[in-house]
Design a protein around this ligand. Structure first.
Ligand SMILES: *[C@@H]1O[C@H](CO)[C@@H](O)[C@H](O)[C@H]1NC(C)=O
Ligand SMILES: *[C@@H]1O[C@H](CO)[C@@H](O)[C@H](O)[C@H]1NC(C)=O
Ligand SMILES: *[C@@H]1O[C@H](CO)[C@@H](O)[C@H](O)[C@H]1NC(C)=O
Ligand SMILES: *[C@@H]1O[C@H](CO)[C@@H](O)[C@H](O)[C@H]1NC(C)=O
Length: 426
């Protein structure tokens, strides 16, 4: 029996494929495009591209056509194609970085807005380069601290931030979803309908899983929270009290319990307070919990396993130690290479705040490509998913390690290994 293991290459060239050759000049030399592509390819163990003058000529001609309107339309050409445009002088390196980083384009923002507008019978918005340039400049300013502060500029303005790679669509959804809620809980604080012990327990279970000591109840702080809940119960707005304590807020249109409220924070819901422009709970990243604990890895696997009736996996410290040592070994260049060890192995990488749960989510996201009837992948990769739900792999250990280039390397090792050819996962 041979064990089949696959790599997962995350977020490479998500846009359709090719190059926007424009204008000539020192920013647009072939070797600049090549270097930018080949660096990204090397990082994931893919061989270099070479320049082809026939393709380059085609790209230049199409860039010339589009230079009248600068629209992000594909050329219907016979080649893979990536396009980029910017309100500034985008150079080769920046263009490739946009593709590698899955940056968002005007069309994504427009579509998300116009869908919401159409739903209520309001006509579409159009893109305005001058306004976009203002927004980009302000996003650049704020990228240093990610604070949700308005620019006080001449335009109407919506802001969003997330601890993950927030897409244009997700950002607009946050704004669209802003609806009246019933406030029922203030945390590290209290709602009168739930007992202190419920809040304390829900926090301390989460703290224990990451080795942080328990919180205790403090009646002075609780009194403060109750009083502020009373104030806010008139308008139910998710505004912070600006008081002397750390503060988490939650609200729901149902009778939210203490445990549900804390779960919302632990689930790292993007509780972004549209009123104040602050992340609920303070801080910059709408991050209540990092989602990188052993329990997060285990839970993310067990949710997927439960869906197909497979018994849960448990954490194994020996396996976890192996995973961590390998993640540390890879943290120099973050190469997506298998360890060749004794365990089943799934790998993922992502840039920025890419969490454990994001990594497992990518593997589980392959579920639609697994066809149980034929026990094969259809229309895409599925072997990370089959390892996640492999019935006989009953233990795992995982690690997440930041590489020197800013990427996060995520590894889960499985014992016993799965993905035996000719066997079904469950
Ligand atoms: C360049 O690309 C063209 C079009 O796909 C192909 O026909 C040609 O052989 C390529 N040239 C080289 C040197 O590979
Ligand atoms: C409760 O919190 C208040 C205000 O922060 C503090 O002054 C007091 O000492 C705390 N009480 C206990 C028992 O720790
Ligand atoms: C909400 O739940 C709490 C605790 O479970 C209960 O005491 C309270 O009566 C409920 N409130 C409503 C309006 O249902
Ligand atoms: C953990 O995994 C190792 C395999 O590396 C195995 O030998 C050991 O029995 C496992 N520990 C437990 C508690 O099952």
């Amino acid at each position: 029996m041979s064990r089949v293991i696959v790599l997962l290459l995350v977020m490479m060239m998500a846009l359709n494929h090719h190059t926007h050759a424009n204008k000539g000049g020192r920013h647009y030399r072939p070797k600049d495009y090549l270097r930018a592509h080949n660096k990204a390819r090397a990082r994931v163990g893919v061989g270099p591209l070479v320049w082809n003058e026939t393709l380059a000529e085609y790209a230049r001609a199409y860039a010339a056509v589009r230079s009248q309107d600068c629209e992000m339309h594909h050329s219907e050409c016979p080649y893979g194609e990536n396009l980029a445009a910017g309100s500034w002088q985008v150079n080769a390196k920046e263009a490739v970085r946009m593709w590698v980083d899955e940056k968002h384009f005007p069309k994504d923002y427009l579509d998300a807005h116009n869908e919401a507008r159409a739903a209520v019978g309001v006509g579409p918005l159009v893109w305005n380069e001058k306004v976009a340039k203002y927004a980009q400049a302000y996003a650049n300013v704020r990228s240093k601290d990610c604070a949700m502060k308005h620019s006080d500029g001449p335009y109407g303005e919506n802001l969003a931030a997330g601890s993950w790679k927030v897409s244009a669509k997700e950002a607009v959804k946050m704004w669209v979803d802003e609806k009246p809620f019933v406030m029922v809980a203030l945390s590290h604080h209290i709602h009168a309908q739930n007992r202190p012990v419920d809040y304390v327990d829900a926090h301390n279970v989460a703290r224990a899983t990451v080795g942080v000591g328990p919180l205790v109840w403090n009646e002075t702080v609780a009194e403060y929270a109750r009083a502020y809940t009373e104030v806010r119960s008139k308008d139910c707005e998710m505004r912070h009290s600006d008081g002397p304590y750390g503060e988490n807020l939650a609200a729901g249109s149902w009778n939210v319990s203490a445990k549900e409220a804390v779960d919302m924070w632990l689930d790292e819901e993007p509780l972004y307070d549209v009123e104040t422009g602050l992340c609920v709970g303070g801080g910059n990243a709408c991050l209540h919990y990092t989602q990188n604990s052993p329990q997060d890895f285990v839970d993310a696997h067990n949710r997927a396993r439960a869906e197909v009736g497979v018994a849960p996996v448990g954490w194994n410290a020996t396996v976890a130690d192996y995973a961590l040592r390998y993640a540390e070994k890879r943290s120099g260049g973050c190469e997506l290479e298998h360890s060749g060890g004794p365990y089943g192995e799934n790998l993922a990488e992502g840039y920025g705040e890419f969490s454990a749960v994001d990594g497992v989510g990518l593997w589980v996201g392959e579920k639609p490509s697994y066809d149980y009837a034929s026990n094969s992948c259809v229309g895409g990769e599925c072997l990370h998913y089959t390892q996640v739900v492999w019935r006989d792999s009953t233990q795992l250990g995982c690690a997440r390690k930041q590489c020197r280039n800013g990427w996060q390397f995520v590894i889960c090792s499985y014992y016993p290994p799965g993905n035996y050819i000719g066997q079904r996962p469950y």
